[in-house]
Design a protein around this ligand. Structure first.
Ligand code: SF4
Length: 66
């Protein structure tokens, strides 16, 4: 369990980033990741260090979106 009000250190102060523990790849809401779909310079790319199954992503969705 994580306290939603707890402050965490940023992954980077230099670049925008996606927090893997909060990203559901938009599974359950959209057909494709919406950040990648709208990014004009294709910055949102798959992270080979965080490959997850649809079941894991759906579980995260259900926990984050009550
Ligand atoms: S828009 Fe979807 S894929 Fe992009 S960071 Fe948010 S949850 Fe993840």
């Amino acid at each position: 369990m994580v306290d939603a009000h707890e402050k965490f250190a940023p992954v980077s102060d230099e670049v925008y980033y996606i927090v893997p523990d909060k990203c559901t790849e938009c599974v359950g809401f959209h057909e494709e990741p919406q950040c990648a779909a709208v990014c004009p310079v294709d910055c949102c790319v798959p992270d080979p260090d965080h490959v997850e199954t649809e079941d894991i992503l759906l579980d995260r969705k259900s926990r984050l979106h009550l």
